[in-house]
Design a protein around this ligand. Structure first.
Ligand code: URP
Ligand code: ZN
Ligand code: ZN
Length: 458
């Protein structure tokens, strides 16, 4: 039977308008006013916004860091995602040293298959570059992996500038996008050692170990390498105004540079590290939370369409037992925070309702741009005839407060504890099936793997 979602305010990247959406099977089959209702199941959604299912292109579920494992796996993380209106996530399959890319990919398939509540794909994080890995990138493309992540920091993950140059060249040959973790690993290492030698061991030392120049220098270096290889690039979790200005310089000389930021860089500032009783550990993520001037700069960049996507970098660790690993030494605190569940509510409340961005920009940042850049468009990320019926019925009148006690994320805190939010994903449809009703997940584990095509360079 067809389903008609009737009378909602449909949001696209360009405009919003009242219309009905017909869903046939897993797809959107018609959009318009006064659709023929004969034999259809009708749901009146007037008074709500209708967004294309949100895409979070930056999650780390079921990740073993070497000292501990993320609190959320694919089962809990994707359930939390869908509760917040995110119908697709892209996680990072991460190559261990000595491993092939296929081995890493197989592991991530095992983690996600059969337990995911939203559709999912993988970027590939290369940590051990060699000729065989280079050749394997063709196979990865056949397997639907068209984007990569490289790290300029973290001893076990980082690659050299020469390796970055080579991966960029290879990316140019086969098409796709490399997201870079832009922090100068040596600067971080040296400063961490200095801080520890000075007896600065609490979470307050975390932002001191990676000041803004650590990011800005790395952005500059990354885009310089990309300039030489003429490769479009993506900068993930951008946090500073200095880093942003470096990216703008690259754009000014004609480079295609995409930028992702995350809610934590828009809503949290570095005062969080001063909290007593080791509470600052709850905010240890990298790059760290910054100053109000950085926050203001990023919001302005969003309003001017100069930032392309907002992911969460969801990488959750419990405060008890996991963040506590660094009680005596801040550098042992596992890096990362939860956020996959609350991204849309935060962006709507603090972005749209504060007149920093429009609902159409929210649609671009959470859905459309992401689907284009990561080879999912127009299957995902838009409300169009023929697209997957991934639909978020967004209730703008809901009022609530973010509380760890109420969250779906499998972690014992949220960095957004106590923050009021307005609006929620009232109903969510994943490929035509209702998976969230009245803000509660009613259907689990129906997520499918998404092989992806090449990026559309917006
Ligand atoms: O602190 C963070 N961001 N942890 C996750 C890994 C990464 O760098 O994205
Ligand atoms: Zn990163
Ligand atoms: Zn990340």
């Amino acid at each position: 039977m067809d389903l008609i979602l009737k009378g909602g305010m449909i949001v696209t990247s360009k405009e919003s308008f009242v219309a009905d959406i017909r869903v046939l099977g897993e797809k959107i089959s018609e959009i318009g006013r006064n659709l023929d209702e004969t034999g259809a199941f009708i749901i009146d959604i007037s008074g709500n916004y209708v967004f294309p299912g949100f895409i979070d292109s930056h999650t780390h579920f079921d990740l073993d860091t070497g000292t501990t494992k993320t609190a959320d796996d694919f089962m809990t993380g994707t359930k939390a995602a869908i509760a917040g209106g995110t119908t697709t996530i892209l996680d990072f399959a991460t190559q261990n040293k000595g491993e092939t890319l296929s081995e890493a990919l197989n592991q991530w398939h095992k983690k996600a298959r059969g337990v995911s509540s939203c559709d999912y794909g993988f970027h590939m994080a290369i940590t051990d570059w060699n000729n065989a890995v280079s050749e394997e990138m063709d196979k990865m493309k056949e397997e639907g992996i068209t984007s990569y992540k490289l790290y300029m920091a973290y001893e076990s993950l980082r690659v050299t500038d020469g390796e970055i140059y080579q991966v960029l060249k290879r990316m140019n040959e086969i098409g796709g996008l490399i997201g870079m973790h832009c922090e100068n690993g040596d600067m971080v290492k040296e400063r961490t050692q200095e801080l520890k030698a000075e007896g600065k061991l609490t979470p307050a030392a975390h932002p001191l170990s990676r000041p803004p120049i650590v990011e800005a220098e790395a952005v500059n270096r990354y885009i310089s390498l990309a300039y030489l290889t003429k490769t479009p690039v993506n900068i993930v979790h951008l946090s500073t105004k200095e880093g942003y200005y470096e990216a703008l310089k690259g754009r000014a000389r004609g480079q295609k540079i995409y930028i992702e930021t995350c809610p934590q860089y828009l809503l949290l500032d570095d005062c969080c590290y001063e909290k007593a009783d080791f509470e600052g550990a709850k905010y240890v993520f990298s790059p760290p939370a910054r100053k109000q001037e950085d926050i203001d700069c990023l919001w302005k960049a969003l309003s001017e369409d100069n930032i392309d996507t907002i992911g969460t970098d969801h990488c959750s660790f419990n405060f008890k037992g996991q963040k506590e690993l660094g009680r005596q030494d801040f550098s042992m605190i596992p890096n990362g925070i939860p956020g996959v569940e609350h991204r849309a509510a935060l962006l709507y409340t603090y972005g749209v309702l504060n007149n920093r961005i429009t609902v159409e920009q929210m649609c671009k940042l959470l859905s459309e741009n992401t689907s284009k850049l990561f080879g999912l468009y127009p299957k995902k990320g838009c409300l169009q005839v023929g697209s997957d019926a991934d639909i978020v019925v967004w209730n703008p009148n809901y009022e609530g407060t973010i509380l760890a006690a109420h969250q779906m994320q499998n972690v014992d805190y949220t960095p957004y504890e106590g923050m009021p939010v307005k609006g929620r994903a009232e109903r969510v449809f994943l490929r035509g099936n209702e998976v969230v009703y009245q803000g509660r997940v009613i259907k689990e584990k129906t997520g499918m793997y998404l092989p992806r095509t090449e990026s559309v360079y917006i």
